[in-house]
Design a protein around this ligand. Structure first.
Ligand code: GLV
Ligand code: GLV
Length: 334
């Protein structure tokens, strides 16, 4: 069988070309978010769906696509997919691990430096012609070097953040995670509980996936534990932070500032955030580098090629499917 694949949005060409060599590919170059109805109309008779994180793939979508054998998500996060239901329906789900760890952690530092040294605010000040000469009291920020960095979630992105903090800025590293990471001894990182991390850190960075356990992990109570001089950085998923509580914390100055790349209901954000000077907001671009987006495209394609060649794809998400993977991949080849 020559499976047919649908790509619902424009992605870097590399992966598209890899797939075209082996499969029938229907490539749509949408750049807008698609409605459920639009998704279903594009995917309903396809074997493989190469999806973006904005494609919400729930039970209804899955049930409307009876031929679907695989969802290859062009992202590391896969909270847009009902993985449990896909697994029940024998649909293989993959993501793009180890494509964006360094790029995202570079971006975490871009945000840390920009928010603490007030880069965006002072750029606006220059453009509006307000600079009247050097002043000892203008745009006083907070030092990054020698400060304490609290990393919530020491996965592959968290580790890259820790390396940059320690080697680049001599930061003291604290982290909370379900498990202790022995390799983090090399950066003298201390495993602490969430309360201690929030209480002691100058910069708190979220590097965890969205799940039932991490939904609103940071709310009013947690923001009140943080130091008044501390900053919150979120490049994970918007729903990990209670956005309304963050707005209140920034407006009432419980914390010094925040830099966020993700929102609870993208592309919307809590009304009023845009008026605050102590927040930097970027449009979910932490992985947006030329090299990384190309790598993500290639990895999303490679996952599909592997499955149809009978290999276990590197990005396999629903590993439960592995128990009969060989049988399944043989079936896919029929
Ligand atoms: C981006 O947010 C991703 O999960 O890849
Ligand atoms: C959060 O990740 C925690 O372990 O406290």
């Amino acid at each position: 069988m020559r499976p047919n694949i649908v790509i619902t949005h424009m992605i870097p060409e590399k992966g598209v070309n890899m797939l075209r060599k082996k499969f029938d590919v229907e490539y749509h170059t949408n750049t807008d978010i698609l409605s459920k109805k639009q998704i279903i109309s594009l995917v309903k008779d396809k074997d493989v769906f190469l999806s973006l994180l904005t494609d919400k793939i729930d039970k209804e979508v899955i049930d409307s696509c009876p031929n679907l054998k695989m969802i290859s998500n062009y992202a590391v996060g896969y909270n847009n997919i009902d993985v449990k239901y896909a697994t029940k329906k024998n649909i293989i789900v993959t993501n793009t691990p180890r494509t964006l760890d360094e790029t995202t952690s570079d971006f975490v530092f871009a945000l840390i430096l920009a928010v603490s040294r007030r880069i965006v605010e002072s750029d606006k000040f220059m453009r509006s012609g307000k600079f009247k000469g050097w002043n000892a009291m203008d745009f006083i920020g907070f030092d990054v070097f020698n400060s304490t960095l609290g990393i919530i979630g020491m996965g592959s992105i968290g580790k890259e953040v820790a390396l940059r903090g320690y080697h680049g800025f001599n930061m003291k590293i604290l982290y909370s995670d379900r498990s202790v990471k022995p390799d983090m001894i090399s950066v003298k990182a201390r495993h602490v509980n969430l309360h201690t991390l929030l209480k002691e850190s100058d910069f708190v960075t979220l590097n965890i996936p969205l799940s039932q356990e991490t939904y609103h992990l940071i709310g009013e109570e947690e923001l009140r534990i943080m130091k008044k001089t501390a900053y919150l950085i979120n490049t994970a998923r918007g729903e990990v932070v209670d956005e309304k509580a963050l707005y209140k914390a920034l407006k009432e100055k419980w914390i010094a500032g925040a830099a966020i790349d993700v929102y609870e209901e993208e592309p919307k954000f809590t009304h009023g955030l845009e008026k605050l000077n102590n927040i930097i907001m970027t449009p979910h671009i932490a992985s947006a580098s030329l090299q990384t987006r190309e790598l993500m495209s290639a990895k999303a394609a490679k996952n599909i090629i592997d499955v149809f060649d009978g290999r276990i794809p590197e990005g396999l998400v629903n590993k439960e499917i592995l128990s009969d993977f060989n049988v399944k991949s043989k079936l896919l080849l029929l």
